[in-house]
Design a protein around this ligand. Structure first.
Ligand SMILES: Cc1cc2nc3c(=O)[nH]c(=O)nc-3n(C[C@H](O)[C@H](O)[C@H](O)COP(=O)(O)O)c2cc1C
Length: 389
């Protein structure tokens, strides 16, 4: 029901996306999207590219007079850097010019370069890296911003923060996230703990000095969800699986945890399962712990959803690793592109966006509706049912 496609190369004219399945009547402005694009571009450890790009969305279709029409929403984000890459990225076949642009032939370990060139039969790695690049995530954040706008109509809120860079960890629990969110938003690393943040900044500086890069872990917390999004009846309907897929689809994400995640594997069942209680006055079931991370049997259980994603260190190194020239097959050093040293704060905002899409998709599946009014009517009928249980 809710689906999207993206297109665009990192240094091409721009990024585009089509989002289909948003109900009619949702208030939406470019600023709702631009706000999220600015959040993605911030963060300590980014490379020079983010100083060139000042991302702004153009809504091409699907919105009129500030409200969605129920038709596909098409988005465009122009790449300002394209002006500097017109020749390298030109669409037309102008052999004279292209002969003066040397192909890239030194694949970076950890990037899509080598496997992509073999798979698509390219002798120029630029043909791979332009699309594999995480520049694509700008338009995914734009899609997520529309989904977030939709979710806010149901008071569903999505937060994120960075909890680890390299071996430096912020051991604070997620609970204060709502109350202390301004601290996270103002932090150059989206880190709640100031002491951990200072150590992370020092670590990024030292990695940069050595020509090296860093990864880490971010956490996404989703609040105010109804019980019953997703389903246990079929493998591809399970909400935990869908959220994990969405997070794993972000460039450089190598692992996902739900709730207490890998830690739960070390414990006894009695320490991990969240016991069930009932609050008579509010007519609701509740838990005193949330090791499940808000999902049981592939469905939201009404508790906050807690997700964590691990990001590997950036693959483009200023001090490059050994590689092989794909044409001559001789040993070389991997190529250098302009690159981030650490992109955890951006990844954390992208994590919110892809989670927003999956939750919005699950909401659309459960509550349907061609107009927002109809969706809200269906939702409030469900809440009435929950109160009567
Ligand atoms: C926000 C963000 C920024 C990134 N910046 C860079 C970068 O500057 N240089 C780089 O080599 N990889 C960067 N990456 C990671 C690559 O895009 C990614 O490693 C590559 O596309 C290969 O995909 P894979 O790591 O998922 O296998 C970034 C990833 C994210 C999420």
């Amino acid at each position: 029901m809710l689906r999207y496609l993206t297109a665009g190369e990192s240094h091409g004219k721009g990024l585009v996306a089509i989002l289909e399945g948003v109900p009619a009547g949702l208030k939406l402005s470019s600023e709702d999207i631009d706000r999220e694009l600015r959040r993605r571009q911030a963060g300590y450890g980014r490379g020079k590219r983010m100083k060139i790009e000042k991302d702004k969305v153009e809504i091409i279709s699907g919105v009129r007079m500030g409200r969605t029409l129920g038709s596909p929403i098409a988005l465009l984000i122009k790449n300002l850097d394209w002006e500097n890459w017109r020749q390298v990225m030109m669409v037309e076949d102008r052999k004279v010019i292209s002969q003066n642009i040397p192909p890239l032939t030194h694949p970076r370990p950890g990037h899509a370069d080598l496997a992509g060139a073999i798979k698509y039969n390219f002798d120029d790695l630029r043909n791979v890296l332009e699309r594999a690049s995480a520049r694509e995530t700008a338009v995914r954040v734009a899609i997520g911003a529309i989904c977030r706008r939709f979710l806010s109509e149901f008071e569903i809120r999505i937060y994120s923060r960075v909890i680890q860079i390299g071996r430096i960890k912020d051991v604070n629990q997620w609970q204060p996230i709502k109350a202390s969110y301004q601290i996270i938003e103002d932090s150059p690393l989206r880190c709640l703990n100031k002491r951990a943040e200072a150590k992370m900044i020092a670590l990024i500086d030292s990695a940069k000095e050595k020509g090296d890069t860093l990864g880490g872990v971010f956490e996404v917390v989703i609040l105010n969800l109804p019980v019953g999004l997703g389903s246990y009846v079929q493998w591809d309907l399970k909400l935990d699986a869908r959220l994990a897929y969405a997070l794993m689809s972000i460039q450089a994400i190598i692992g996902v945890e739900v709730g207490s995640g890998f830690m739960a594997a070390e414990k006894f069942g009695s320490q991990v399962q969240d016991e069930i209680f009932y609050e008579k006055s509010e007519h609701r079931f509740f838990r005193r712990s949330n090791n499940a991370g808000g999902i049981e049997g592939g469905m939201s259980n009404g508790e906050p959803i807690i997700l964590r994603a691990a990001m590997k260190p950036i693959s483009t190194l200023a001090q490059p690793l050994s590689s092989i020239d794909i044409v001559s097959k001789k040993p070389v050093k991997a190529m250098k592109e302009r690159a981030d040293v650490c992109a955890l704060p951006a990844a954390s905002v992208i994590g919110e966006a892809v989670a927003a899409f999956e939750i919005a998709r699950a909401m659309r599946e459960k509550f349907g509706g061609d107009s927002l009014t109809e969706t809200k009517r269906n939702y409030s009928g469900y809440l009435d049912y929950l109160r009567k249980r």
